[in-house]
Design a protein around this ligand. Structure first.
Ligand code: K1U
Ligand code: ZN
Length: 168
């Protein structure tokens, strides 16, 4: 197992669109294991492959209190969304220290493959619904701050620029 390094906004690689996984083999399963380890260590409740500079449609999520319910989504697709929408506070491991309210569908249905290549469908509500929409956005190259005003995005870019500079 290995910890992967997480890209930080405004790194342009976060805007790449991920490609579908064609075969779920040992390499993909190893990647899923390393992504889960990286998410738990961060700590986070989700991680998309895009965030670790791997541009394949893979997401891991665990929104449970005791961190024992790992969801693995390979080639996830949202197949329906509720009309009812809600604003929730979001954060992102690629934009550390930034939290803001984002409006999303309250419930979504997701179709994906698991780590064995079996197709499944899952009805997502609550934090799982928020997180899966946030992670699927990552696979499309979209970061949650892009839903905010241009002024807020500029403030966040400046803050992250200073932070990234301090880290390097
Ligand atoms: O995609 C990511 O960067 C992970 C992100 C997921 C997310 C959080 C909140 C709303 C939508 C999506 C995070 O995990 S940020 C860290 C976080 O929220 C958290 C960390 C530890 C315990 C509880 C929450
Ligand atoms: Zn994120």
């Amino acid at each position: 197992m290995a910890l992967l390094s997480i890209l930080h906004y405004p790194d342009q690689r976060l805007h790449k669109v991920a490609k579908p996984v064609e075969h779920i083999d040992r390499q993909i399963r190893n990647l899923v294991t390393n992504m889960a380890e990286t998410m738990y260590a961060a700590p986070g409740i989700g991680l998309a492959a895009t965030q670790v500079d791997i541009h394949k449609r893979i997401i891991v999520i665990d929104v449970s209190d005791v961190r024992d319910t790992l969801h693995i989504f390979v080639n996830p697709e949202i197949i329906w969304s509720s009309n009812k929408r809600k604003v929730n506070e979001e954060g992102c491991l690629s934009v550390p220290g930034v939290y803001d309210g984002i409006e999303r569908a309250e419930q979504v249905g997701v179709r994906a493959l698991n780590e064995n290549g079996d197709l499944f469908e899952l009805e997502c509500k609550g934090l799982l619904a928020i997180c899966i929409q946030h992670e699927i956005d990552h696979l499309l190259g979209k970061i949650f701050v892009e839903y905010l005003s241009p002024f807020k995005q500029m403030q966040i870019k400046m803050k992250m620029g200073k932070l990234n500079h301090a880290i390097l």
